[in-house]
Design a protein around this ligand. Structure first.
Ligand SMILES: CCCCCCCC/C=C\CCCCCCCC(=O)SCCNC(=O)CCNC(=O)[C@H](O)C(C)(C)COP(=O)(O)OP(=O)(O)OC[C@H]1O[C@@H](n2cnc3c(N)ncnc32)[C@H](O)[C@@H]1OP(=O)(O)O
Length: 177
């Protein structure tokens, strides 16, 4: 199937809009105490600009971000990029990461993530993470393949107590089916 560049969904947030968490308990964007607390702003094309401040709890080596946590930040940015511009949930199928520079604790990673194309349910996304500001040197690059799923995917596979909690309180989700 051919890869196409989709139109920006008419209900995608306007350029400059700061996105709320897609799920209140998400490690990447929700209220988890040691989570990444990522903040994301919609761009004027098929991209999002995110920031992630590296905290004490995110260390791998002394004073440096854990590589797996950096991957987590890209997973979050890329998945949200797919979901935001298609207005359909998408889960990570494949995620490839290049670590180009160490990322110190207390630094802020500026991530621009872009929707590059869609082929059926497959969504191709990529991102650059920069240090010292949005024009700074690239520390991490990532490319991902996400797969769109129906909302039933989460109801079928998620822990029953969490599904019950969001059913009782749909405001925990950005999308209220
Ligand atoms: C009204 C709604 C509005 C929404 C608005 C939303 C706003 C914001 C929203 C949301 C933000 C979200 C932010 C999330 C951030 C974090 C994301 C995560 O961490 S997700 C957790 C980790 N990932 C998993 O848990 C997946 C586990 N895997 C699976 O569940 C399945 O394997 C799944 C769904 C990925 C595919 O399974 P199948 O049975 O449904 O489909 P098959 O046929 O296998 O794959 C479909 C196509 O994808 C390719 N594919 C699948 N996995 C692949 C892979 N690893 N590599 C290459 N291709 C792959 C296949 O080859 C196939 O391609 P061919 O159509 O045949 O061309």
């Amino acid at each position: 199937m051919e890869t196409e560049l989709p139109p920006r969904h008419p209900e995608a947030p306007a350029p400059g809009t700061e996105l709320g968490p897609h799920y209140a308990k998400c490690f990447g964007c929700g209220e988890q105490p040691d989570g990444l607390h990522m903040r994301m702003v919609a761009g004027d094309g098929l991209y999002l600009d995110s920031t992630f401040k590296v905290l004490e709890a995110h260390q791998g080596a002394p004073g440096l971000a854990h590589g797996g946590l950096l991957v987590c930040a890209f997973d979050e940015a890329l998945g949200t990029t797919a979901g935001t511009f298609l207005r359909r949930p998408a889960v990570t199928g494949k995620l490839d990461t290049d670590f180009l520079r160490p990322v110190p604790v207390d630094s802020v990673l500026h991530i621009r993530s872009t929707l590059d194309g869609v082929a059926g349910r497959k969504v191709y996304v990529s991102a650059d993470g920069r240090l010292d500001g949005p024009e700074g040197p690239i520390a991490v690059k990532a490319r991902g393949l996400f797969v769109t799923v129906k909302l039933e995917h989460f109801a079928k596979h998620g822990r029953a107590s969490d599904i019950a909690a969001v059913t009782a309180n749909p405001s925990m989700l950005e999308v209220n089916p």
